[in-house]
Design a binder for this molecule. Structure first.
Ligand SMILES: Cc1cc2nc3c(=O)[nH]c(=O)nc-3n(C[C@H](O)[C@H](O)[C@H](O)COP(=O)(O)OP(=O)(O)OC[C@H]3O[C@@H](n4cnc5c(N)ncnc54)[C@H](O)[C@@H]3O)c2cc1C
Length: 354
């Protein structure tokens, strides 16, 4: 991967050569880097963790990661998810190395869908239909079937990192204490993107107190039966997310606010297996062999009130903030990249014409 050392200050660089600087190399930072590079910008990504790394604080290495239409979101945010779907679908159809696959989803609802439920996803996902009674277990209220896009992050992040490098982007592995550190590293740049996830809580000139770490823990169960996704919505937060290219399924889930333990909790793992077994006994046996199991622990970059996506002019710089995606960073990723690229275009337009 093309890593670069911090550069010395260069003044008076023409517009086209001033790099857009991105803090964060998770799915948000890397998808944004890719989009900006495709639009012809020079891009540098600065981050402590880079594609291929496996640290619990690097959420993008651990996601399920299913494209699921989020409930309770605004029409604008629905569209961001729809744009993401468009990009992921193209990857699933054209590029198996991306780790994106189309699987068959079964979503079971404990209660009738609320007014602002996930059902809007039928405008985006193919083959969306209500399940007929008899097609779902009698204990549930209703259910949906649709074609679901799942992304295997163990393949997707290295793939995306390679794409960014191949398009001419540069990665710098570095932990910074503030956005100011970046301004010092890149005095010639005027557009900076903060895609630092939960890092935005501690950057000294961001200190977003709405951000909080939210621990996730999943079981990976190795099985050949890995083409159907199950999701239970309502009384439980239980999912079985297939990873066809890794021959297994991810069983979850759990959300633990402010729990930072990197070690798998075996009680949670046993509970997740039991819930998954109840949801789809034909896929997950009550007692899968220990040798078929491994454990996933990752910290979601959550934020009270939802994610932040905005552009601010601060002095002669523009700071675009895109962080706080909690449990939905993959489902929003490429749509966010598209939205951020538009904000960057607007900022650079002002830089050029004003
Ligand atoms: C168990 C689990 C299951 C999940 N399942 C799903 C799912 O099914 N679908 C879905 O859409 N999402 C899912 N998610 C959520 C998804 O993983 C996240 O929303 C997404 O990865 C967030 O991406 P990000 O780029 O914002 O943050 P991250 O991936 O955390 O990346 C943050 C980046 O910022 C860098 N950084 C932060 N602070 C600094 C600093 N001070 N200096 C330098 N670098 C810094 C980090 O090094 C890293 O490169 C799941 C998450 C978990 C943990």
């Amino acid at each position: 991967m093309g890593e670069l050392s911090p550069r010395s200050p260069a003044e008076g660089l023409p517009f086209a050569q001033r790099p857009i600087v991105i803090l964060g190399a998770g799915i948000i930072g890397c998808a944004t880097a890719r989009q900006l590079l495709l639009n012809g910008f020079a891009v540098v990504v600065v981050a402590e963790y880079l594609p291929g790394d496996q640290n619990p604080w690097y959420a993008s290495a651990w996601a399920g990661a299913a494209w699921h239409a989020a409930a309770g979101i605004s029409p604008e945010h629905r569209y961001i998810q729809a744009v993401t779907h468009r990009h992921l679908l193209k990857m699933a159809q054209e590029d198996p190395q991306s780790g994106v696959c189309i699987v068959d989803a079964r979503e079971y609802l404990d209660m009738p869908p609320s007014e602002n439920s996930s059902v809007w996803g039928k405008k985006v996902a193919a083959n969306f239909r209500d399940l007929k009674s008899g097609e779902y277990p009698a204990e549930y209220n209703s259910g949906w079937a649709y074609d679901c896009l799942v992304t295997d992050p163990t393949l997707h992040m290295p793939y995306l990192g390679k794409q960014v490098s191949a398009l001419g982007g540069h990665f710098i592995r570095k932990r910074v204490d503030s956005l100011q550190d970046l301004y010092t590293m890149f005095p010639e740049s005027s557009v900076f993107i903060n895609a630092s996830g939960v890092g935005s809580k501690s950057l000294s000139d961001v200190q977003d107190d709405k951000c909080f770490p939210e621990r996730g823990q999943n079981v990976f169960y190795r099985t050949e039966q890995c083409r159907r996704l199950y999701l239970r919505v309502g009384k439980e937060y239980t999912y079985i997310i297939p990873r066809p290219l890794s021959n297994g399924v991810v069983l979850g889930g759990v959300k633990q606010r402010d729990n930072l333990s990197p070690e798998p909790d075996m009680e949670i793992a046993r509970d997740e297996i039991a819930r998954a077994h109840r949801l789809a006994p034909e896929i997950v046996p009550a007692n899968p062999p220990e040798s078929s199991l491994s454990h996933i622990v990752g910290i979601r970059p959550s934020r009270e009130g939802g994610f932040r996506l905005d552009s601010q002019q601060i002095g002669d710089r523009v700071i675009v903030s895109a962080y706080g995606f909690g449990g939905g960073g993959y489902a929003f990723s490429y749509g966010i990249a598209d939205a951020v690229a538009k904000m960057v275009e607007e900022a650079e337009r002002t830089n050029v014409v004003s």
